[in-house]
Design a protein around this ligand. Structure first.
Ligand code: NAP
Length: 241
């Protein structure tokens, strides 16, 4: 059985990615932080559709938790072939810089940027030994363009874009590709307080995207068909520059 680990797979984009990858025959490791009910729903939907999934609850922003949980799972499953890692878990906490607290800076950097380092280095060795892997990092339009009120979030996502470029070069010879996906406005809990009617005038395609549209792109990048794409940041945002 081939495995795919998706962080933040209890809701939103991560859930759609988990469901999509399960239809391609992967056993999905569903990571999440706290929402047991939604994580169980993701697993049930995969089970009902005939797929396989396990829950792996840990806080991606906590170095010790990531190591204990992921290393523990790897030790218990020494033969598991982890083909895909989707670093998707993320949060935002928007405020202008002059009012940003240490806590707002730290939590957004820890969850969106440091998590990439903690989770990826734990899984990377298995992929290096396998000589195959797909690492996909969910970043954001905000990390490419920089959006006022999101300095912590834009900085974190830009950091992951830089890390994507470097890691892609470091592991390419081992058959591992590393790419980032940069969504624009996607309909999830993260954007539920935004008014689509007001914002759609800045989107050429005149609407928010769906988690399933991001999942389809993720599945392509995770597939063999994308073997010559690495170190890239691919936008999916309805045409915003
Ligand atoms: P969402 O609906 O708010 O879901 C967030 C997911 O991340 C949940 O599964 C949540 O788990 C998990 N999570 C949050 N903090 C975590 C932590 N410390 N440890 C483990 N899991 C954690 O978010 P989304 O809109 O799907 O966003 C997914 C990714 O896409 C994020 O990286 C986000 O920055 C990026 N993105 C989203 C948009 C958009 O418009 N929605 C646009 C650009 C980029 P619980 O359920 O347990 O809380």
């Amino acid at each position: 059985m081939k495995y795919a680990i998706v962080t933040g797979a209890s809701r939103g984009i991560g859930k759609a990615v988990a469901l999509k990858l399960s239809t391609l025959g992967y056993h999905i490791l569903i990571n999440y932080q706290s929402n047991d009910a939604e994580a169980s729903k993701t697993k049930t939907e995969i089970d009902v559709a005939g797929g396989e999934a396990s829950l792996l609850k840990f806080d991606v922003s906590n170095r010790q938790e990531v190591e204990a949980s992921l290393t523990g799972w790897l030790n218990q499953n020494p033969d598991a072939y982890i083909e895909i890692l989707v670093n998707n878990a993320g949060i935002k906490d928007d405020v202008l810089m002059m009012w940003m607290t240490d806590q707002q800076w730290d939590s957004v950097i820890d969850t969106n940027l440091n998590s990439f380092f903690y989770v990826t280095r734990t899984i990377l060795n298995r992929m290096l030994v396998q000589k195959y892997g797909r690492i996909i990092n969910m970043v954001s339009l905000s990390g490419l363009r920089g959006l006022p009120g999101q300095m912590n979030y834009s900085a974190a996502k830009s950091g992951v874009i830089g890390a994507t470029k470097v890691l892609a070069q470091e592991v390419a010879r081992r058959g591992i590709t590393v790419n980032a996906i940069a969504p624009g406005f996607i309909k999830t809990d993260m954007t539920k307080d935004l008014n689509e009617k007001d914002l759609k005038s800045m989107i050429p395609l005149q609407r928010f995207g769906t988690p399933e549209e991001v999942a389809d792109l993720t599945a392509f990048i995770a597939s063999n068909k994308a073997s010559y794409i690495t170190g890239q940041t691919i936008s999916i945002n309805g045409g915003i520059y």
